[in-house]
Design a protein around this ligand. Structure first.
Ligand SMILES: [Zn+2]
Ligand SMILES: [Zn+2]
Length: 104
């Protein structure tokens, strides 16, 4: 499974997820899953670690801490895992106490 999202460097929708490490088919930007997810969050959601709610949490599909929430602020779908590339719409997941997203 491969999903493309917006690249934090060149801002084209060419950042391919799900094929080992994320990589941009346009500008060549690539990195470890967690590093790219963090760059994405900082660039598009304007979040910094330790400031407010951190939008990266464990993925209900692959259990890696690479699920980015609130992607709908910059485009559909609402959740994307930068590791396994699974996507969820807003109604697909619900938040447990403790902050972990689980499937409805
Ligand atoms: Zn790029
Ligand atoms: Zn995943």
């Amino acid at each position: 499974m491969t999903t493309k999202v917006t690249c934090p460097k060149c801002r084209l929708d060419e950042l391919a997820l799900g094929d080992r490490n994320p990589s941009c088919k346009n500008c060549g930007y690539a990195g470890a899953v967690s590093a790219v997810a963090e760059a994405y969050v900082q660039e598009f959601l304007g979040r910094k670690r330790g400031e407010g709610e951190w939008p990266i949490s464990p993925c209900p599909e692959c259990s890696q801490p690479t699920l980015v929430a609130q992607v709908e602020e910059v485009g559909c779908p609402a959740f994307v895992c930068f590791g396994c590339a699974v996507t969820f719409e807003e109604d697909d997941l619900t938040r447990e106490t403790g902050g972990r997203w689980v499937k409805v």
